[in-house]
Design a protein around this ligand. Sequence first.
Ligand code: NAD
Length: 475
Amino acid sequence: MVKICCIGAGYVGGPTMAVIALKCPEIEVVVVDISEPRISGWNSDRLPIYEPGLDDVVKQCRGRNLFFSTEVHRHVGEADIVFVSVNTPTKTCGLGAGKAADLTYWESAARMIADVSRSDKNKIVVEKSTVPVKTAEAIEKILTHNSRGVKYQILSNPEFLAEGTAVKDLFSPDRVLIGGRETPEGREAVSALRNVYAHWVPEDRIIATNLWSAELSKLAANAFLAQRISSVNAVSALCEATGADVTEVAHSVGRDARIGPRFLTASVGFGGSCFQKDILNLVYICECYGLPEVAGYWREVIRINDYQKSRFVNRVVSSMFNTVAAKKIAVLGFAFKKDTGDTRETPAIDVCRGLLRDKAVVSIYDPQVTEEQVHRDLAMKQFDWDHPRHLQPLISPSDLANRVAVVHDAYEAAREAHAVCILTEWDEFRNLDYQRMFDAMHKPAFVFDGRNVVDPAKLREIGFVVYAIGKPLDN
Ligand code: NAD
């Protein structure tokens, strides 16, 4: 029986391996992690991450050919194929701080693989994490210099799933990308991994490339996606200034077959653990290769994103007679997008901090985000990417306790509030009883829709003053 082991039971490692186990019943799949709570979560009825459809997949194969374990060394040692899906955040100190990827977790995983592998089994090591181009070269050096007679093949197999639709994306990927060395052994390793995916992915969707193309494609794909969001957000600012409607503009632009309609939704900004970090990583790589103009081009994508978030906060404050001090603001949605409980780099953090800086009282409701997450995120020291250093938290623990509440539904959040800010596009926010909310709010009652989920005309009929991203403003 082929044995696969995945190091890292996070948002990528967990779902990816669950789907491989489901689709390949003859393969034993073990996901290992150094985090005991994460592994106990995967072994319980309450998985550590929320993803539609994931419970079902895990239930079908956990204990059959899918296992979650903290016995990292044993399972890595026994595996034929080791996926590495550890976190690769942005470095916050030292060389490249604020831009370069921090490969500490990757390097320690690679050294551990070399330590626990024995010569009776050669290994394929698969980069699942998003890493800088040329990382495979570094990994090869670490593995071969520490090898105990084991021969390694390194493959790059970046993951393109999106949180919130991870199971759907894994079941039916646009493509599976496998990069390998152009040697007979490299080609053999690519074909071994191709055989795993071929259990359910059509042949023409499995792309084989050289290692560097695969590594770079992941960074480029995320940069293109984030760039589309920043492009439409840049247009949204112009729409508000001119009376154009960003939904109409995006629809008209997207009808051009060369552009396409998807991923053209204006918002309060992109978030999540990947877009910003991968673009910063790309910027750093460009600088290292002496390409400052290319680096500057991608840097602007993040600048527009930051601008969009601060533009939103400024709009809230200026609309509310230039102060939100002591005013209650209902924040609907804290996750970085709908259908996930993930709050990493969510624009809600910046928006809430901006409101708190102006002394507002915020009452937050998100169907998948806990009070603990909100408090942790808002209290976290902020990192200044432009001048790499940590900034002190903006509010004290007592302020956090007194001015931030996390509540259980949207109506509770809106009770006696002066304004509602919609920051995540959860479907349930489209169908709220806005009349009921209006009746319970101070007047004038404001709605600031950072995701364009409500119909401004209907809300204006109720009596709300409405601001929606990229839409014509109230007169
Ligand atoms: P995550 O933080 O959710 O999970 C990483 C896990 O690795 C953690 O549970 C951590 O405890 C574990 N880990 C770290 N070092 C370890 C070690 N030495 N041994 C065992 N376990 C170890 O991260 P994630 O969101 O799953 O992302 C993983 C990688 O995939 C990143 O490089 C990310 O950029 C990339 N990626 C993420 C997404 C996404 O949507 N989250 C999508 C595509 C690619």
